[in-house]
Design a protein around this ligand. Sequence first.
Ligand code: PTJ
Length: 249
Amino acid sequence: MEEIPKSHPRYQSLIIREKISNGMKKGLVHETGLIAHGRGEAFDYLLGKKTQFFADNAEKVAAAALLAAKGPVISVNGNVVALVSEECITLANSVPAKIEVNLFHRTNERMSILVEELKKHGAKNVYGKKADARIPGLDHDRGLCDKEGIFSADVILVPLEDGDRCETLKRMNKKVIAIDLNPLSRTAKTADVTIVDNVIRAIPGINRWVEKLRDTDEKALNDMIGSWDNDKMLGDVLSFVSKRLNSMY
Ligand code: PTJ
């Protein structure tokens, strides 16, 4: 890894870029994952590269939904494994939830590299390779999933999701929690709970709420989920970004 001086004003952002670029060299990240990352960076810039109040609120409700779930699953792809594999495993152990690799650009080789990477970081059981079920109505390999994983999950956390799959998972009556820095994406608009935050902050943020809410009774958790207004939150994001931009000059 190239030496990046800690004094560099964009130190954090450069470290994350190195992770993505090394992830691609190792075969974890698909080349289009670099483009997706660049788009994410641009939105993160507009958000002040911080977890804002609307993201913290969404992370709290996401934690409540994961704790109240009967069979929660964290779906991971190349970018997510390259950036936050350990954090996803910590969250999966703490809920507890299953982890499944689900890829847009699926090859057997990438699946194996990603599953091995997660196991190297301590994951005991990783779903996704079996692919013994299909998400109905979703053509393409993205529809492949495990019967005991995503297929039978009631709540699914999908960082960096594509809009199509998000819609199809909703049609299967699953509660979908998305992490997407773009508040205008179809995923952001379709999910039940959208966390407009960088995955590197969002996953530890959800985990902090899981620890705080662990002893909360089911009714209180369900009240939190039931009173969540995702459209209002997306409106808050847009108004935050426009106010922030207008106050700069
Ligand atoms: O590993 P694969 O084969 O499953 O492919 C993964 C990618 C990311 C290439 C694929 O899912 C894809 O093309 O994604 P999209 O449609 O470009 O969507 C990515 C979304 O994630 C965009 O809206 C980005 O703004 C957002 N995003 C990118 N980086 C981050 C992010 N959101 C949160 N945290 C990030 N670090």
